[in-house]
Ligand binder design. Structure first.
Ligand SMILES: Cc1cc2nc3c(=O)[nH]c(=O)nc-3n(C[C@H](O)[C@H](O)[C@H](O)COP(=O)(O)O)c2cc1C
Length: 181
């Protein structure tokens, strides 16, 4: 079993990516395999079509790159998710992924996937909203999908791309979270 790491910031050297990488490095040092999925690099990705086809089987009917990510989560022991704050919300690339997790729920909102997978959440905002977004994402993973939270990092970057890379406290917090996988 492995850890799935999900990147969604479109900018090069993103703070979110730096922190996810640091968590992943720590998890790897702890003997875990980490498989990365970069939503911005997926050429074939589609939003949820609200067809409710998943409610019969637990599988999204769309056979695109996001479906591969969903399949990887099913067999993973944990995920590291990340999203930049855009207009107070997660960026669009992240939302495509999260909406597609609807396929993990049956019609009564019981789970098609195992409960108790671990989740770490990473968010970044230029000036405000990172903590709120991290809390919201973690809340959805815990309340809908019964993940066990192992930590979250919400940074306010001032829009500086290497803010996290130069912040020892952030990198230490990432290292600590990685050890919990
Ligand atoms: C389209 C867009 C919308 C944004 N909206 C917000 C916002 O509502 N609040 C905020 O504090 N920063 C906002 N930002 C700034 C980003 O959250 C900030 O640059 C953050 O560091 C991005 O994460 P990253 O470094 O991991 O890419 C926005 C940036 C973009 C491109």
């Amino acid at each position: 079993m492995s850890i799935v790491a999900i990147l969604s910031s479109p900018r090069k050297g993103a703070n979110c990516d730096t922190i996810v990488n640091a968590i992943a490095d720590s998890a790897k040092a702890n003997g875990k395999d980490v498989k990365f999925f970069d939503l911005c690099k997926m050429e074939n990705k589609n939003g949820c079509k609200s067809c409710f086809g998943c409610k019969k089987s637990g599988n999204c009917v769309q056979k695109d790159d996001v479906r591969e990510l969903l399949e990887a989560i099913k067999s993973a022991e944990g995920v590291i998710v990340s999203a930049p704050v855009y207009f107070g919300q997660p960026c669009a690339q992240y939302r495509i992924f999260e909406d597609r997790m609807f396929s993990f729920l049956d019609p009564a909102f019981n789970l098609f996937i195992d409960k108790g997978k671990k989740v770490a959440v990473v968010t970044a905002a230029g000036s405000a909203g990172a903590q709120e977004l991290a809390d919201q994402i973690e809340g959805r993973f815990v309340n809908y999908f019964k993940f066990e939270p192992v930590g979250k990092i919400a940074v306010v970057t001032g829009n500086v791309p290497d803010y996290a890379a130069k912040n020892a406290d952030v990198l230490k917090a990432a290292d600590e979270i990685g050890k919990k996988f």
